[in-house]
Ligand binder design. Structure first.
Ligand code: GLP
Length: 250
């Protein structure tokens, strides 16, 4: 595991974007695993800027997103498909047909989960997976559980996650209670993982994920077993890591 510290959000975003652009420059046909949430927005903005300067070309890239809310259409302004199109895909030259997000409206959710696993399999797996981290320690929407859920599945979101997501919706009733998420297996089989985190509210869960016991009660803790994990985080998010394991920060 490599932990890279950044003084602030902008710097975190730039360092993480550097890793993704290097991946695409070195391997133009990369399969990128992509994440939503507020944390990666700056990463996408930086990549768009470099694309516009002509520094990075996404025309041969494929992408698979981690998750989607159950019940939201791609046109819904809070759906993850809408987020990806507006925050990233519409501003770069990735062909939209190369991008994949689970279908939140699929009538048969089990079939949609199997389809999504096949999409990932047919692409040959993920070369670089970008991850944020939820306050419960979730990655994608793999919430704390008794076991690590391996394949794409439909998940009932934890109350803490619903509360955190509610800032994006007008009323509590509108906040989705279920989501479809890529499983732990596809994430862990990614050749490289890049985890981004910022802000004081992530300090405790980031420490527990990276240095606590490996347990499905903290889903992100499984990342300790990955052999190519890079964490890029700002100093606020690294506060507890810096306090307890300063030597781990490179
Ligand atoms: C969301 C997403 C995750 C994301 C996490 C943290 O709900 N499903 O992929 O990493 O929660 O979000 P944020 O970056 O806004 O804190």
């Amino acid at each position: 595991m490599k932990i890279i510290s950044a003084p602030d959000y902008q710097s975190m975003s730039r360092k993480a974007a550097n890793i993704i652009s290097a991946q695409v420059i070195l391997f133009p046909r990369s399969v990128l695993g992509l994440a939503t949430g507020s944390t990666p927005v700056g990463v996408y903005q930086q990549l768009i800027e470099w694309y516009k300067k002509g520094d990075v070309d996404f025309s041969a890239v494929h992408s698979v997103n981690l998750d989607e809310y159950r019940g939201l259409s791609p046109e819904h302004s809070e759906s993850y498909r809408f987020y990806m199109n507006t925050n990233f895909f519409n501003h770069i030259n990735i062909p939209l047909q190369n991008t994949n997000v689970p279908n939140g409206l699929a009538p048969d959710v089990e079939e949609e989960c199997r389809r999504y696993d096949h999409v990932i399999g047919d692409l040959g797996g993920i070369d670089l997976q970008l991850l944020g981290i939820g306050h419960t320690g979730h990655i994608g929407f793999n919430e704390p559980d008794e076991d690590f859920d391996k394949t794409t599945h439909c998940v009932k979101l934890k109350e803490q996650t619903i509360q955190a997501n509610s800032r994006f919706f007008k009323t509590m009733d509108e906040v989705p209670k279920y989501a479809i998420t890529m499983g732990i297996k596809a994430i862990m089989q990614a050749k490289k993982i890049l985890l981004v985190a910022n802000g004081a509210s992530k300090a405790d869960i980031l420490y527990r994920s990276l240095f606590g016991p490996i347990t499905p009660a903290v889903p992100a803790s499984i990342l300790q077993l990955h052999n190519d994990l890079t964490v890029v985080a700002d100093e606020e998010a690294l506060r507890v890591v810096r306090e307890k394991c300063p030597e781990a920060i490179g």
